[in-house]
Design a binder for this molecule. Sequence first.
Ligand code: AMP
Ligand code: MG
Length: 337
Amino acid sequence: MKTSLIDIRKDRDTALAEARRLIADGSVVAIPTETVYGLAANAFDEAAVRKIFEAKGRPADNPLIVHISELSQLAPLVTEIPEKVRVMAEKYWPGPLTMIMKKSSVIPDVTSGGLDTVAVRMPKSEYARAIISACGVPLAAPSANLSGSPSPTDAQSVFDDMNGRIPLIIDGGECEIGVESTVISFVGDTPTLLRPGGITVGMIESTIGKINISDAVLNRLRDGETAASPGMKYKHYAPKAKITIVKGDFEKFYNYVKDLDCFVLCFEGEEGHFNNAVTYGKADDSRSEAHRLFSALRELDEKGAKTVYARCPEITGLGLAVYNRLIRSAGFNIIEL
Ligand code: AMP
Ligand code: MG
């Protein structure tokens, strides 16, 4: 299959018309969002959604997020909209926030990975919402990477993973945030954070009060443990290189790695101290770290890195999302100095 690219910033009408045509035809289209690029299909079309799983090589029990462009599209997808979801939607939609509720019968099992719940998000990216509106249906879309690889934050990264697997990539430039959405389940009594992202724990708790934080946010699942969010049990965001996170200040980090034959993943301004370094944003600036992390992981692969030692980010605010991705890309390999 030939994979075409259309830049929505330059050729908006063609991008929207082609997305609409392909989605109506039951095909998969990669689309830009403010978090990462998504691999989209009509959420109601079982055969189309199956093609997403095939293109990614994603395990069938790992459910997809359903993307909407208008609040009115939410009610038909769920059995009931909890009050706290209304409050959060009012404040943070459109935005990098995914909310899980009991699903209605319009959501096929393949979309929800066999669960009786559905994850829904209204993206902030104007391109994403224009594409959803043009298609006229909610779009099921996971990140547009091959399963297990770092998520793509630009169209070239999507192309590197998806060339020959999907008919169209819509280029909307670099993703503003760079890590995937915050995922919260509203199914139990107390909302539970399943995945940290652009909407931080502080922002959530100042809006709807105390929430639970799933163990899987910071820890590896133990063998046999069931995941609240099935995606948590799989290998994730992993480049080819073996990454080790080194906790401690720059001086300790430097002394630890200086004589090793390795690459380092460090913060801007530190790279001059090393022969082989890739940077991911500025120390103490989680926004810049989130924006760069996945492209930095891909860059390490392009440079042929085999062994990588990584500086540890701050773990507060958006930094929790950065750390959550980095520990998975490192297979929970962490050294404390
Ligand atoms: P991705 O599509 O790559 O952004 O990943 C979506 C994440 O949301 C995965 O970790 C999924 O397991 C999780 N997810 C999606 N739908 C549900 C659901 N109904 N219940 C729990 N987790 C979900
Ligand atoms: Mg993903």
